[in-house]
Design a protein around this ligand. Sequence first.
Ligand SMILES: *[C@@H]1O[C@H](CO)[C@@H](O)[C@H](O)[C@H]1NC(C)=O
Ligand SMILES: *[C@@H]1O[C@H](CO)[C@@H](O)[C@H](O)[C@H]1NC(C)=O
Ligand SMILES: *[C@@H]1O[C@H](CO)[C@@H](O)[C@H](O)[C@H]1NC(C)=O
Ligand SMILES: *[C@@H]1O[C@H](CO)[C@@H](O)[C@H](O)[C@H]1NC(C)=O
Ligand SMILES: *[C@@H]1O[C@H](CO)[C@@H](O)[C@H](O)[C@H]1NC(C)=O
Ligand SMILES: *[C@@H]1O[C@H](CO)[C@@H](O)[C@H](O)[C@H]1NC(C)=O
Length: 428
Amino acid sequence: MQGLGGVHGKTKQKSDLLNILQIKKLCKNRMRLIKTLSVFVFTFTLLSGLPFIDVTNFRAYFQIRRTAGLHNNLAKFYQVWNDSITSGTNDHRKARKVVLWTQFFGKPYEIKRLTCPSLKSCIFTTDRKQVKDADAVVFHFWDTPKVYNRSFMPRIRLPHQYWIWYAKESPENNRYVDLISYSGIYNWTMTYRNDSDVPGPPGSLYKSYNLLKKGRIKENSTEKKGTVVWFVSKCYKFFHRHIYAKELSKHIKIDVFGGCGRRVCSRTNGTCMSATIQQYKFYLAFESYRCKEYITEKFWHNALVNGVVPIVIGPPKSDYEKFTPPNSFIHVDDFESPESLARYIKMLDKNDDLYNRFFIWRTNPPKAIPKIPGQWCVLCEKLFNTSPTENKVYTDLERWWKGENYEFCQPLVLKENIFDGLNLVHYD
Ligand SMILES: *[C@@H]1O[C@H](CO)[C@@H](O)[C@H](O)[C@H]1NC(C)=O
Ligand SMILES: *[C@@H]1O[C@H](CO)[C@@H](O)[C@H](O)[C@H]1NC(C)=O
Ligand SMILES: *[C@@H]1O[C@H](CO)[C@@H](O)[C@H](O)[C@H]1NC(C)=O
Ligand SMILES: *[C@@H]1O[C@H](CO)[C@@H](O)[C@H](O)[C@H]1NC(C)=O
Ligand SMILES: *[C@@H]1O[C@H](CO)[C@@H](O)[C@H](O)[C@H]1NC(C)=O
Ligand SMILES: *[C@@H]1O[C@H](CO)[C@@H](O)[C@H](O)[C@H]1NC(C)=O
């Protein structure tokens, strides 16, 4: 076994380590302050019994921990090594077989929907019996046992077979699962995060400019019926987004639809939702959880495709800047308080030139847009392109996913069950 950090040389590792130690120290002090402030704010919130936040503390409260991402470079969460004996195949004419071992959110996969040109050379099946000659086996996180259970997994594990951990949601969505019990089980990860072995973000520059070319992105307009709109159906009142939105709504009118607001569309009618959103200038693309790189359909589909400017709560601004079109959004972290954000929105609402600047990206594509194929294509291609001697295993999936010090997600105030019908917020 060659072990840790196959990507970096030893000297690079050392200097990285020094840098990280220094940065860590700085961050620690800052984190202590932020933590103290958060604890103060939440104690206050709990005592007052209402999702009330001292607005002067919004900035500290919403700051995500800046250490995110640094530790991953050391790759200490997995091991990569080469075997001298080849058990897999190099044959590019032979199709690769992928068995989907679990269901997908409690339902069978719709294999028909996995399409892309390169997939012709991969066979996808839900037939568990075929695991005996599969090149890869996919386990959808949500549909696996909460604690590792050997008898849930395939009985026989072929040495060249990749066991793939597939997650669609953020670490916070699935925080009750004991990932430590899954240490040393999975070979590859397949998530929305870019540092996954098989990355698959729900949107990208590549996809956005393609949709634009095909005319599938709604034209921008300053002639709209309303200003701020939001569709939201998970109403746990301690979500960061609700704490923020409640305060924001004191300073600007927000039309809230869905389970936490007025019901104008049936849950399944996407056309109705799109048509409604398009009548506004701004959409609150507020993620339920603030996690590293967790930018979902709320941003890409609900806001961007509908020709509406996303106002975002989610990962740090730098993550949005890395992955989304330049100057296409408004991040709440740029404002001292919801009140100052409200003032900014009102100003843009009156100034068509400034508002339209959020759409300049459409006619100014960056010079090089990295091609990002669909996630199943990436998987198929990787099965062909990975050397059959190469092995990998996630020895610490828990920390790879959540951060070495659990810094990848900003914690919520949690009650036993956040969907138990208590602690819900509603907007009129
Ligand atoms: C394993 O071998 C392949 C092919 O020779 C090489 O590309 C890769 O970098 C090697 N990986 C490690 C961890 O040494
Ligand atoms: C482990 O999984 C098997 C098969 O799915 C199941 O019958 C068994 O009850 C599980 N054991 C535990 C402890 O959950
Ligand atoms: C995503 O990861 C790839 C491969 O490591 C890297 O080349 C690319 O720059 C990353 N993309 C972004 C937007 O950071
Ligand atoms: C969806 O909503 C639109 C109105 O926006 C309506 O015309 C259409 O009939 C609805 N479709 C269904 C299936 O309910
Ligand atoms: C849409 O935005 C672009 C880029 O700023 C602007 O040139 C154009 O006039 C806008 N279209 C409308 C209809 O306002
Ligand atoms: C996958 O992980 C297992 C368990 O650690 C390991 O024995 C095997 O060599 C790995 N296989 C590949 C192809 O990486």
